[in-house]
Design a protein around this ligand. Structure first.
Ligand code: FAD
Length: 338
């Protein structure tokens, strides 16, 4: 297997940050991986598994071995009258998989259209958008432990999925590779148009009985109009998670800021729209050097050209401090900082 030294990661992260990996290698299967690891004999803390680089901010050169998954394949492993179980290689592009499902009329992932990145990374933060999350269609995952090279299959329960969280961001962080993900998709799709602007978009197109194809197209259209395209302006989507506060804290905030945006999130908890909080602190459209806050989406930090990861982090800290000062709320990064 080819291990490349001093490898530029600029086109391997959607922020477009210019950093280098000391070593870089692609793997297509377990055999490739074991050969690479045998050749390099490197400790776990010097290994990093890279997907599409759309949820990462590099703040410095990576002084270890970066492994990029090229495990491909979409395969039906079981089918009933109602469901199809589809196993997908971790290196497949997420949106290509969604389009494949939409074309086959397999329902469940259409609301997650156009999310950048790979299938192998999708369980890491339980990707979510427009009223759907990965966990809704997730069946099981095949992982490889990087220290022992032992393969294991994990059920949905074992993955401990939560809002932008899973076992892979906690106990298993940095210790495993996701080889494949199996999804349970609906052969009799049920459309979910309740969230965000989907209904509005479908109405404007005079679609009264939408199909999953209509929903996927509507989601793509809304996303393209709202979010900056990383090919044109470096970014990693939402930089921060929406903070979750107690209902009583929400009521106190609402009394002071009547237009505050919050959604019920389980027992006695409310999820606040981080974008609203940041916008109220005056950050929308602000720019410090080449690091900035997007002009339409306060939750999205952008690289106008030559920003360093450290400059984006400095900006993020300033935003966190001002949200804390104004609302007494902590906002945490959603993205992985390296
Ligand atoms: C414009 C834009 C819009 C976005 N919108 C959304 C959205 O709506 N909802 C949402 O949830 N996210 C969104 N994101 C974030 C991002 O697309 C997702 O988090 C995506 O799943 C990251 O995939 P990736 O392959 O790029 O992972 P990377 O950024 O390469 O990696 C992310 C993490 O996953 C780990 N990882 C990657 N592949 C594997 C693997 N095979 N095995 C083990 N670990 C692995 C990495 O080590 C890292 O910790 C958006 C990003 C952008 C740029």
């Amino acid at each position: 297997m080819q291990i490349i030294e001093n490898f530029s990661l600029q086109s391997y992260n959607t922020f477009g940050i210019e950093v280098k990996a000391k070593c870089f290698a692609l793997f297509r299967n377990i055999k490739d991986l074991s050969q690479i690891l045998e050749q390099k004999k490197i400790s776990l803390d010097q290994l990093f598994v890279l997907g599409g680089g759309s949820n990462i901010l590099f703040t410095q050169d990576y002084n270890g071995l970066m492994l990029k998954s090229a495990i491909n394949g979409i395969e039906i492993i079981e089918e009933t009258n109602e469901y199809v179980y589809v196993k997908v290689g971790g290196g497949e592009i997420w949106h290509n998989f969604v389009l494949h499902c939409v074309n086959q009329n397999w329902g469940g992932v259409e609301n997650l259209s156009l999310i950048p990145g790979t299938v192998g990374a999708a369980p890491i933060q339980n990707i979510g958008a427009y009223g759907a999350e990965l966990k809704d269609t997730f069946y099981e995952v095949e992982i490889l432990h990087l220290d022992s090279l032992i393969k294991q299959t994990l059920s949905k329960e074992a993955c401990k999925f939560a809002y932008r969280d899973s076992i892979f961001k906690q106990e298993y962080k940095g210790k495993i590779v996701i080889l494949s993900v199996t999804f349970k998709l609906n052969k009799i799709p049920i459309v979910n148009t309740s969230y965000g602007d989907i209904n509005k978009e479908l109405e404007s197109q005079k679609i009264s009985s939408p199909t999953i194809q209509d929903v996927s197209r509507a989601v793509c259209k809304i996303r393209s109009s709202k979010l900056p395209d990383p090919n044109e302006l470096g970014n990693a989507g939402s930089f921060f998670k929406n903070p979750i506060v107690s209902d009583s804290q929400f009521e106190t905030l609402k009394a002071k800021y009547p237009t505050i945006v919050g959604y019920k999130s389980g027992n006695n908890l409310t999820k606040l729209a981080a974008g609203w909080l940041i916008e109220q602190c005056g950050w929308k459209g602000k720019r410090i050097g080449d690091a900035g806050v997007h002009k339409n989406q306060a939750l999205v930090l952008v690289n106008y050209g030559k920003a360093k990861g450290s400059e984006i982090i400095d900006l993020a800290h300033k935003i966190q401090d001002s949200v804390k000062e104004k609302f007494s709320v902590d906002i945490e990064p959603e993205i992985n900082i390296l």
